[in-house]
Design a protein around this ligand. Structure first.
Ligand code: AMP
Length: 287
């Protein structure tokens, strides 16, 4: 496995693969890798000749400086895991390598068709501009045939789908396929996240109530007379009743438009919860 830190070396490596007629898969990550990331990488390895994994804590998608500073980083451990599961190429640039000073300090403009006005987009202004900025740069550098993203970050996945559709119309990234992969959870139900590293053992046990409540809500949705509004409120109240947890939002929305819905058909519930200072996200599909 090759570890590359410059755009120039990356493009040279990609060019060599393309010339040899090899297919390329890309898994963008921010490192501090766990089994959730590993599931994406394994799928990428199995479906492409070459698997490229980027490990880059993207500063432009953080609207909270403390969150950026505290984001866990461990490139040696990440490289070991990636090598053991068969990744071919790791791209781990510095922020200065990725962006000019101007790019770093301005907001990347993009037409989200409203997908950024709800949930994470509403709570973290500019977050998805940074996500699209880094992902489009990675697509440009790697020119992948397939790119893999987790459903854990459901709104991000919806926005990347939208971005790929737009660029396919414009012919920017060829026939790039965006592949969404299911959420990987601990046996307890807690969704794996790099941010879990910041939780104490007790906080981790507390945080299990998030997924437990989401799964329980699948049953509440089937109760006679159940409404989206009532289930939504019951999820918020149940999680907030747990000492140490505070819901930022729980929204049941349409899986494609991310707009509020009053039916459980094609609906997904997305939640953000503070467990102490750590912000955790999770989601559940109703149908
Ligand atoms: P991150 O490093 O948090 O930016 O995540 C990199 C990719 O891994 C994103 O596409 C995430 O959605 C995905 N991912 C993170 N956690 C999980 C998980 N528990 N299950 C599946 N995919 C995940």
């Amino acid at each position: 496995m090759q570890i590359i830190t410059t755009k120039q070396e990356l493009q040279a490596a990609v060019q060599a693969c393309k010339s040899a007629g090899k297919t390329i898969g890309l898994v963008p990550t921010m490192g501090a890798l766990h089994e959730g990331h590993a599931s994406l990488v394994r799928r990428c390895v199995s479906e492409n000749d070459i698997c490229v994994v980027s490990v880059f804590v993207n500063p432009t998608q953080f609207n909270n400086k403390e969150d950026l500073a505290k984001y866990p980083r461990n490139i040696e451990r990440d490289a070991q895991l990636l090598s053991s599961i068969g990744a071919d190429l790791v791209f781990a640039p510095t922020p200065e390598e990725m962006y000019s000073a101007e790019e770093m300090n301005s907001t990347f403009a993009f037409d989200f068709a409203g997908l950024d006005r709800v949930m994470e987009g509403k709570m973290r202004p500019g977050h998805f501009n940074g996500v699209v900025q880094v992902v489009s740069r990675l697509f440009y550098l790697v020119q992948p045939d397939r790119a893999y993203f987790g459903e854990k970050d459901y709104q991000q996945l919806a926005i990347i789908h939208h971005m790929a559709e737009r660029s396919s119309m414009a012919g920017t990234f060829g026939d790039l396929q965006i592949i969404g992969c299911p959420i990987v959870r601990e046996a307890s139900g807690l969704a794996l996240s790099s941010r879990n590293e910041r939780l104490s053992e007790t906080e981790k046990e507390t945080a299990v109530a998030i997924s437990r409540t989401l799964f329980a809500s699948l049953e509440w949705a089937k109760e006679p007379g159940a409404t989206v509004a009532a289930v939504q409120q019951r999820v918020v109240d149940t999680i907030n009743a747990v000492d140490g947890l505070e819901v930022e939002y729980y929204e049941i929305v349409d899986q494609t438009t991310l707009l509020p819905t009053d039916t459980f058909d094609h609906a997904i519930g997305c939640v953000t919860v503070y467990c102490g200072p750590v912000r955790l996200i999770d989601n559940i599909k109703y149908a």
